[in-house]
Ligand binder design. Structure first.
Ligand SMILES: *[C@@H]1O[C@H](CO)[C@@H](O)[C@H](O)[C@H]1NC(C)=O
Ligand SMILES: *[C@@H]1O[C@H](CO)[C@@H](O)[C@H](O)[C@H]1NC(C)=O
Ligand SMILES: *[C@@H]1O[C@H](CO)[C@@H](O)[C@H](O)[C@H]1NC(C)=O
Ligand SMILES: *[C@@H]1O[C@H](CO)[C@@H](O)[C@H](O)[C@H]1NC(C)=O
Length: 357
């Protein structure tokens, strides 16, 4: 790269030189992997756009057959997202800018509207919150979709299960480090499969330290109102995903561990994916240890050291957890990024894209 030997004769102005070096610096930073540092999305960075017309998002059918009201200027009224019209009437097809298809129902036999003439510039979006193995065979969807809407950071629209938002100044004071703990490690599991890697890790870990298990598997199910209070009585919570896939970080982390007030011990996506979206010293990844035994010993020592343990909660002074649960919010989000979508794009091999974990 010629960043350093820019000829003075060409760029005589100091200003220009400064701009160039900033650009070089930024591009070097990107090349050097800054993208793996914690960089939460700033929601306000999308708020102003020159577009004056509405973007129309047509939801071809509701995910899981559950519909919600779309009355009024819903994206604005609920989420302060302007110029965004979310509709579910198929008659709107000719004027829709984006038509969204949720994968689950495609798997169940929903058909794509190939019989309708597709308007110039209309984008078809493929949406799924599932890990790759649960998306079915996507081989037949080559060269159809223009956009992906998933929890992955490299989707066109990223809809994570949760994210951290900066706290407002007046919120900083609230800093509740929950220290009234009665269990070292807790795990809630309904769907126990011995072949899951997480079950393997659980078995090895429970040989080293006590692990309190709740859920259907051990016939100790927790009613939902008891979930977070129970987790808050644990030093550590095993936020183990059922699938080890790129960026697949679910409410087990955002809700159960972070909101429950236990330090998450995570397993699922690679360490770098967690580092990219979570503050340092807010979680413990299984892969950070040479063995599960080392992990267990670390947890034991950490729980005995009140000061070091409480440092795992300092992130709460700056950040608050936002969960995404409403499909309408996820769909309105399309509008915030609509203007920066590529002019022309098609997923020539959706199956390969999805399975690129
Ligand atoms: C948003 O953009 C408009 C027009 O481009 C501009 O007049 C207005 O000041 C901007 N508002 C903010 C908050 O940046
Ligand atoms: C945009 O859509 C909203 C919600 O449907 C509507 O209230 C508003 O009048 C529309 N604005 C324009 C410029 O079409
Ligand atoms: C601490 O936990 C114990 C049992 O887990 C509970 O009985 C007690 O009320 C808790 N105390 C506070 C202050 O939360
Ligand atoms: C969307 O994909 C189709 C291929 O199915 C393509 O013909 C069309 O040009 C694409 N549109 C955009 C806006 O990328």
């Amino acid at each position: 790269m010629g960043c350093h030997n820019t000829k003075k004769s060409v760029f005589s102005s100091m200003k220009m030189g400064l701009v160039i070096s900033i650009l070089c610096f930024l591009s070097l930073c990107l090349l050097n992997g800054w993208q793996t540092r914690f960089q939460p999305i700033n929601p306000s960075s999308f708020s102003n756009r020159s577009r004056s017309r509405n973007v129309t998002i047509l939801l071809w059918y509701w995910p899981f057959h559950r519909s919600f009201s779309l009355r009024g200027d819903m994206c604005w009224d609920l989420y302060r997202i302007p110029r965004c019209r979310l509709v579910d009437q198929r008659s709107m097809f000719p004027s829709a800018d984006v038509v969204v298809f949720h994968n689950r129902e495609l798997v169940q036999g929903q058909k794509l509207p190939f019989d309708l003439p597709r308007p110039q510039g209309q984008r078809w979006a493929w949406m799924s919150l599932e890990a790759p193995v649960y998306n079915g065979n996507l081989g037949k969807y080559a060269n159809i979709f223009n956009m992906t809407i998933t929890y992955r950071r490299d989707s066109d629209i990223t809809i994570p299960y949760g994210q951290l938002l900066p706290k407002a100044a007046e919120e900083h004071l609230v800093d509740d480090v929950p220290l009234n703990k009665s269990s070292l490690v807790c795990w809630v599991v309904s769907n126990y499969r011995s072949q899951h890697k997480r079950s393997q890790v659980y078995k090895e870990l429970s040989a080293v330290v006590p692990v309190k298990v709740y859920g259907r598997w051990t016939k100790t199910p927790l009613p939902s109102r008891a979930l977070l209070p129970t987790i808050s009585g644990c030093y550590f919570y095993l936020a183990f995903e059922n699938s080890l896939s790129k960026d697949y970080i679910t409410e087990k982390l955002w809700r159960n561990a972070y909101q429950g007030g236990a330090v998450p011990v995570v397993m699922g996506a690679p360490l770098g994916d967690y580092k990219a979206v979570l503050p340092p010293n807010s979680f413990i990844h299984v892969d950070e240890f040479a063995s599960v035994k080392d992990l267990g010993e670390y947890l034991q020592q950490l729980a005995e050291d009140k000061k070091r343990y409480s440092e795992y909660f300092t992130w709460k002074q700056q950040w608050k957890v936002k969960l995404y649960t409403d499909w309408r919010e996820r769909l309105c989000k399309i509008c915030t990024q609509y203007d920066s979508l590529p002019q022309q794009k098609v997923y020539s091999d959706l199956e390969a894209w999805v399975n690129n974990t």
